[in-house]
Design a protein around this ligand. Structure first.
Ligand SMILES: [Zn+2]
Length: 105
């Protein structure tokens, strides 16, 4: 039951994000500017909230990631931080293309 509710949430979230991307692609400049003003702060807030759970300590260890993939022997780069960093910075430099960095790290 919980899975169903969750997958509906997941679906509607994904649809919302897809809509944003589609609008950003196809809207005229005026509409795109309005969309960015309205939606960008919300998207940023979401990213921040998510990254909040992945706050690495001073050695770069993340309390959420470290129990899974990384042993205690080496400091774990937080995958969420790495992913966000790669997406945001690489997309910015690359003119919007992404998708080739899936296995980075
Ligand atoms: Zn993490």
């Amino acid at each position: 039951m919980g899975v169903t509710v969750f997958s509906q949430l997941d679906k509607s979230l994904n649809e919302h994000l897809s809509t944003l991307v589609r609008l950003a692609d196809h809207a005229d400049d005026q509409a795109a500017a309005e969309l960015a003003r309205a939606e960008l702060p919300r998207v940023v807030a979401v990213v921040k909230a998510l990254l909040d759970e992945h706050r690495p300590d001073e050695r770069g260890r993340c309390p959420t990631c470290r129990t899974r993939w990384w042993s205690r022997r080496r400091p774990s780069p937080c995958r969420a931080y790495l992913g966000a960093q790669l997406c945001l910075t690489v997309v910015g430099q690359d003119g919007g293309r992404h998708g080739h960095l899936r296995n980075a790290g």
